[in-house]
Write a protein that binds this ligand. Structure first.
Ligand code: C5P
Ligand code: MG
Length: 159
């Protein structure tokens, strides 16, 4: 049995008139995130972590943002595709842990829904998917409410 780990990170600019979608879940908010796709910063970080664990490149390699096919795409599709790529390479996901860095709104009441949404896209049991939330204590682009970031770590196994 072989275990591997992958790391993912993403950042999107905060913008008005855009939805705030995290892990496929729409969050009630006065602003959202700018981007070519649905700008789901969390799904993007987890997708890169899955691709990283299996050394399959990164999200931009699989889903170029110049390709109109992916405009306004639900990012859970990226994640689902990355899991298929890993599976073809012989790996299945063991667990996912992630951080969302966002000054506001408060996200903790969405934790279960976000975990359920990611778990469904990953084809995992709920207890293998963790999501944590942090502010940046009003410092830097996240803290000043100009951007959101997400970090993810994924473990995969090949038997
Ligand atoms: O960033 P800070 O340490 O102050 O966050 C404290 C707690 O607030 C976190 O552990 C998390 O449960 C919650 N939080 C949240 N939504 C955010 C940021 C933090 O629910 N956007
Ligand atoms: Mg992104």
């Amino acid at each position: 049995m072989e275990l591997r780990t992958g790391l993912g990170w993403d950042s999107h600019r905060i913008a008005t008139g855009r939805p705030l979608i995290l892990g496929g879940v729409q969050i009630e908010s006065e602003f959202g995130l700018d981007g070519h796709s649905d700008a789901d910063v969390l799904a993007h970080a987890v997708t890169d972590a899955v691709l990283g664990a299996t050394a399959q490149g990164d999200i931009g390699m699989h889903f170029p943002d110049t390709d109109p096919q992916w405009k306004d795409t639900g990012s859970l599709q990226f994640l689902h595709h990355a899991v298929q790529v890993a599976r073809v390479a012989g790996y299945r996901i063991v667990n996912v842990d992630a951080n969302v860095l966002l000054e506001s709104p408060k996200l903790k009441d969405y934790r279960l829904r976000i975990r359920e949404s990611l778990a469904a896209a990953l084809g995992l049991e709920l207890d293998r998917v963790s999501v944590k939330f942090k502010t940046a204590e009003k410092v830097g682009p996240v803290g000043e409410g100009r951007s959101a970031e997400a970090q993810a770590i994924v473990t995969v196994r090949r038997d």
